[in-house]
Design a protein around this ligand. Structure first.
Ligand code: NAD
Length: 324
């Protein structure tokens, strides 16, 4: 069992769930090696350090690294040897290495597979993964009701939906029984280069839906190493972010720290999920949050970065099935 310095990180209410999530969450997609190699030792050590520093929320999916992320996270959580009530785990269903399947049969089976890989009896949150690739009416009529059954069986505590285009969230939330979607997981829409999620926050609040915002580093765009090969951004957006990172370096600053602090500043967002695959990244990101709470944001460098990114502000990329 490990000693925690937990008081370092603010806990926030996640919508109406009653869950109290750390304001920074651990995105485990890098543990599936989607951002490059990571050893099992480093993966386990990263999760351990995150937990020690007060991160209590861990997110994965069977899609990340074709189930590898779930397996690695499962091993790392087991190695913590912590009481189950001390950490919150979300995984997903409907998106797999072999493709999309939001049918009731597949998602029901999927949960058992995920629980086995994670070494858990239940997950706190189960998200339908990247719903813009599915038939949203099937999601409303079949998938979400199937997840309510899993909730009754105690395998899942809360239900979420994830995706890139923001309009899919209201499409689903407006059509399902109240209380059957507890949270949304949005990504790449609350960061320095794109903050369009902000406009949706009052609506989500009115519905009592909790907000998880992922990818504060825009999936690598706002890092010194730059994005992975598969990153879907335009050449223009990639080069603007590269210029912003270079500018920060010249000024002795770090783009990732500024980006983390920007995404963390909005308290209507319960938790910011950042992908991490090393102890060093965990320590840097937690330090950025702690510094934000004590010193506030570095507004001068932030304004300079915003000026560089202005021509590409809120530029995104297509995702999912084209809808009329
Ligand atoms: P991110 O913006 O968090 O960036 C992750 C990348 O930044 C990785 O390469 C990581 O190694 C690197 N990094 C992290 N901290 C750093 C630091 N201090 N300095 C330099 N580099 C650093 O993108 P992400 O990982 O895609 O998103 C976070 C998490 O959110 C995911 O792991 C996943 O759990 C979740 N997510 C879900 C969806 C979805 O449901 N559709 C989509 C995107 C993300």
């Amino acid at each position: 069992t490990i000693t925690r310095e937990g008081s370092n990180l603010e806990l926030r209410d996640l919508g109406s769930t009653g869950l109290k999530v750390s304001c920074v969450g651990f995105g485990a997609s890098p543990l599936g090696r989607v951002f490059g190699p990571v050893s099992e030792e480093e993966a386990i050590a990263s999760v351990r350090e995150a937990f020690r520093l007060g991160i209590n929320f861990f997110d994965t999916s069977p899609y990340y690294g074709a189930t590898l992320s779930e397996t690695m996270l499962g091993k790392a959580l087991q190695a913590l040897n912590a009481p189950r009530g001390q950490f919150i785990v979300s995984t997903k269903c409907g998106r797999y290495a072999e493709g999309f399947d939001f049918s009731a049969g597949r998602v029901t089976k999927s949960v058992d597979e995920s629980l086995a890989r994670l070494n858990l009896d239940y997950v706190d949150i189960l998200h339908c993964h990247d719903i813009e690739f599915g038939d949203l009416d099937q999601l409303v009529a079949e998938t979400i009701p199937a997840l309510q059954k899993l909730r009754e069986e105690g395998k899942v505590r809360f239900v979420g939906v994830s995706g890139l285009p923001l309009e899919v969230f209201s499409y689903v939330i407006d059509r399902v029984a109240p209380g059957s979607v507890d949270v949304i997981l949005s990504y790449c829409h609350y960061g320095i280069n794109d903050d369009t999620l902000e406009g949706m926050l009052p609506y989500l609040k009115s519905k009592g839906v909790g907000v998880i915002s992922a990818s504060p580093l825009a999936m690598g765009l706002l890092t010194d190493n730059g994005p992975p090969e598969w990153h879907p951004a335009s050449v223009e957006l990639k080069s603007a972010c590269k210029a912003a990172a270079a500018h920060c370096r010249e000024k002795g600053k770090n783009i990732s720290k500024i980006a983390m602090q920007y995404s963390l500043s909005n308290k209507e967002i319960s938790t910011v999920l950042v992908g991490m695959n090393s102890v060093k990244q965990v320590e840097e990101n937690v330090a950025a949050v702690v510094e934000l709470a004590t010193l506030g944001r570095d507004e001068v460098i932030l304004q300079e970065v915003e000026a560089i990114l202005k021509p590409v502000k809120n530029q995104t990329w297509p995702s999912g099935i084209p809808r009329s």
